[in-house]
Ligand binder design. Structure first.
Ligand SMILES: [Zn+2]
Length: 180
């Protein structure tokens, strides 16, 4: 059983709309690992990209930040952490523009592969594969739900675009498994 991640510190972010939000975090390899539950998946970002500031941790402005959306499984959460940390320590560019463009041609972003290698190095192949397969399951499940909504005539333009992104996301994970 994997050790649970303990977010035992707190800080606040002031968003670009001036709203203050508190977060729990811990520092790992000089990087803030922050607990987050608003989005579906974990990600990395920084203050500059988001237009954030912080009163209690202004020093975080120079750092890559890892946000973990917990899957209620310490092993999966740890894999996600190493993946996002892989982006941070390799200084990968922020934002995902164009990332899925070449997926249908069988080309996957080298940043994703490099971040996956960081998981592999720290968690081993077996756990890394279980984690990637859990991502596949997520995409498969969401794609199915939206396809059904499309057949039932509930999907509008935005939903159709979402369906395409989910499909490409699934194809991307397939490639990431292939190149692991
Ligand atoms: Zn990534």
């Amino acid at each position: 059983m994997e050790k649970e991640m303990v977010y035992d510190q707190e800080f606040s972010i002031i968003t670009k709309d001036g709203v203050e939000e508190r977060f729990n975090y811990f520092i790992f390899e000089d990087t803030p690992i922050i607990s987050y539950n608003k989005w579906e998946s974990s990600f990395y970002t920084n203050f500059e990209m988001q237009g954030w500031t912080s009163k209690d941790r202004p020093d975080f402005a120079d750092k890559g930040l890892v946000f973990i959306v917990s899957k209620n499984d310490p092993m999966l959460d740890r894999c996600a952490m190493y993946h996002e940390l892989g982006h941070v320590i390799n200084n990968h560019q922020l934002g995902s523009t164009g990332r899925l463009d070449k997926v249908t041609d069988g080309v996957v972003s080298p940043y994703e592969l490099e971040a996956d290698q960081h998981v592999l190095m720290n968690m081993g192949r077996k756990k890394t594969l279980i984690w990637l397969e859990s991502l596949m399951e997520y995409y498969t499940r969401e794609t199915k739900l939206r396809k059904q909504a499309k057949e039932d005539g509930y999907l509008q333009e935005k939903g159709l675009l979402g369906l395409k992104k989910l499909y490409l996301g699934r194809e991307e994970v397939k490639l990431r498994i292939k190149y692991l």
